[in-house]
Design a protein around this ligand. Structure first.
Ligand SMILES: Nc1ncnc2c1ncn2[C@@H]1O[C@H](COP(=O)(O)OP(=O)(O)OP(=O)(O)O)[C@@H](O)[C@H]1O
Length: 291
């Protein structure tokens, strides 16, 4: 659905994005994470056809980025969505429906259905008088006005309280279940972990790792084995009447088993702990790894 090849963006002499190559399948949720300034917004804007790449290719649903055909298939949610403050949600959304040539009857139904799904109250209040969360919901409704196949969301839950954040993330996940293809950036790795099929980690303009979380963990993460024994073994700490040792390999587990047996004890429990996305991310960001 989305193909990105060798994408590069320079601002003046500064390279903000370099050599990005990835693809997103139909119905997939693809998360882009990375520290501040990694190039996420720049990448998303190029995907949405709002920023001309210095080099490289982007195609969305078979159309080049920026073409009218592509825009009709796409909904973009910017990181900050300035709305026309004097408009109400209804007048604002009808205005954009007109821009997309959505027939009046269809627009009416779509706007009300979407605002119902988003649980937006006070639809006749001016946008300038609405809370941040309400404004974000209106911006999300705007991204859906043309019933696009592809959604590009730049930090959809940025600056929202935890309740509204959960609402927006769940809503995004529901959109994916309805078959939309979604690319989004986020700073909250838990959200990315919970709803993304695949993830790209960006650092200093480059995609330094990408894949399903399990693959990223296998390639860049670590597995820790927490081994509980009935007796003290070298390196163990006492915990609730037993002893816990932490090792990073099965050989380590076998060594502890042998140590425990030699002290007339035994292994009573082994727990596996995988690196979280946060740990993989921090390792990659700190090592400045590149692909
Ligand atoms: N219009 C611009 N002119 C010059 N430099 C820019 C411009 N827009 C972005 N940059 C620079 O490009 C780099 C990437 O910025 P970008 O906004 O894409 O990062 P980001 O990963 O989205 O960051 P954040 O998480 O803080 O939103 C940064 O160093 C930024 O300062």
């Amino acid at each position: 659905m989305i193909e990105v090849r060798d994408l590069r963006k320079e601002y003046g002499g500064f390279t903000a994005v370099e050599g990005s190559t990835f693809s997103v399948d139909t119905g997939e949720v693809y998360g882009i994470i990375g520290p501040n300034g990694a190039g996420k917004t720049t990448t998303l804007k190029m995907l949405a056809g709002l920023l001309e790449p210095t080099a490289g290719d982007v195609s969305v649903a078979g159309h080049d980025a920026g073409t009218t055909e592509m825009r009709r298939k796409l909904g973009f949610l910017p990181e900050e969505s300035p709305l026309y403050e004097e408009m109400t949600p209804l007048s604002y959304l009808h205005f954009f429906a007109d821009l997309y040539d959505v027939a009046d009857g269809v627009a009416d139904r779509r706007i009300h259905d979407t605002l119902d799904e988003l649980d937006l109250e006070h639809r006749d209040r001016q946008l300038g008088d609405m809370s941040k969360g309400m404004k974000r919901k209106v911006a999300i409704a705007r991204s859906l006005i043309n019933d696009p196949d592809v959604l590009i969301y730049d930090e959809p839950a940025s600056g929202l309280d935890p309740l509204t954040t959960n609402y927006v993330i769940d809503f995004t996940s529901d959109l994916a279940e309805q078959g939309k293809t979604i690319v989004f950036s986020a700073h909250n790795l838990y959200h990315v972990e919970s709803i993304c099929d695949r993830i790209a980690i960006m650092n200093e303009g480059r995609v330094v790792a990408q894949g399903a979380l399990e693959d990223l963990r296998a390639e860049h993460g670590e597995t820790e084995y927490h081994v509980f024994t009935t007796v003290e073994v070298p390196g163990s700490v006492q915990e609730n009447g037993r002893y816990r040792s932490v090792v990073d390999s099965m050989e380590g587990v076998e060594r502890i088993r042998a140590d425990a047996q030699a002290a007339d004890g035994s292994v009573v429990d082994i727990r596996t702990e995988e690196s979280s996305l946060e740990e993989v991310f921090l390792d990659l960001a700190e090592s400045g790894a590149t692909t």
